[in-house]
Design a protein around this ligand. Sequence first.
Ligand code: FAD
Length: 410
Amino acid sequence: AKEKPAAPRKSEEPKEKTDSKPSRALSLDIIVIGAGIGGLSVAYLLGKAGHEVTVLENAAQLSEVGAGIQLSPNVTRLLNRWGLKEKLEEISVIPQELTLRRYENGEVVGWKRWGDMIEKDHGAPYYHIHRADLHKLLVETCEQYATIRLNSRVTDIDTSKPSVTLASGEVISADLVIGADGLHSKARDIVVGKKDNPQATGDAAYRSTIPAEKMQDDPDLQWLFKEPGVNVWMGPGRHVVGYFIRNKKLYNVVMLVPARDLDENVKDADVQVMRDDFKNFEPRLRKILDLVPSTMVWALKDRQPLDTWIHPEGRVCLLGDACHPMLPYRAQGAAMAIEDAAVLGNLLSRITSHDELESLLKGYQTLRHPRATATQTASRLNQHIFHLPDGPKQEARDSSMKEAMEVERR
Ligand code: FAD
């Protein structure tokens, strides 16, 4: 029972919840901390399974970073299974190929046909999508089954009840608390039992989008429109990833560089300083960067894998970046959060008694921890591979990529 009933989201009138929500023999009261990609996904699945779910979000309004995100088939398979395929295809771009390039001249060192081949090989497509569009879609999906409360920053968790305390002083009890509160997770500190800060990886990411119409008239950039795919320019200590989003109306660029300020999280950045970071990259890439209207920079942080994602008292667990933040060098952070949600949602849809909760949470961790940890480690490894200085190791990397490309093309 709640000490205080969860009020509906404060920004708007309560959304009409769907009447297709099944009634259950045991409906748990579940609090999800954080309305990011992971929190919304798990709230949707748990609400749909018949539980009473409240998402507590610190922000005053629901929004996402103005940049793109890559959704690989391991995650689009899930999103499409949730009935989102049609909507996703309306707002995303299906990349036709992946091309890895040498920074100084754009020479192709690796190539893979994507497009239909991804669906053929993996049973689901690859999408490039604007984060705000994905987030909006997940909010709309989640709101049918769960209550989202904004301006609701969780400042403490009592793990025994469990209950959470908000910045306003309000205390809300539940049967289960899921910390999906991202990289700087408060829930993580509580599960681990000590303050546990994110660690600097040494890298930073500039992100920006360019209106495609600005690029369309430049003969040197026409090739980008022919087979829209993802291009990666790899250079010593830095790389750039570029792809179209929003039905090819925007070109998304992520520029990865050594971090100048390891303590900062996100800040506005000077576009000229960013361009100077890539002054020895090929002219076509520099032309793209010249069109970047403005940019922000994120210090990229991750953390060591945790031994456990569940508090010993068995009523508080973690999900997504809260438990396994990673470098974006495999484009799998959000994918892992959505996979976590799918597994936890599935397991808790089977619960028939409170006594089963602890073992189902353990099952969640057993199923998810090895894969998420391996992905964290592989993302760190890609930092090394992408950023090799020119020399024998870089040459070996490029020739092995070229060999793989030849096999692919045959
Ligand atoms: P978050 O998105 O961080 O959400 C956490 C939420 O919790 C936020 O809304 C926050 O406001 C809220 N919150 C925090 N504290 C509290 C509190 N105390 N009380 C209440 N609310 C709170 N992943 C991919 O899969 N593909 C990609 O292509 C990709 N590209 C990336 C590129 C870059 C440059 C970066 C930095 C990351 C990229 N990622 C990518 C990773 C991905 O963005 C994250 O892994 C994902 O957003 C994590 O989702 P989450 O829901 O776990 O956390």
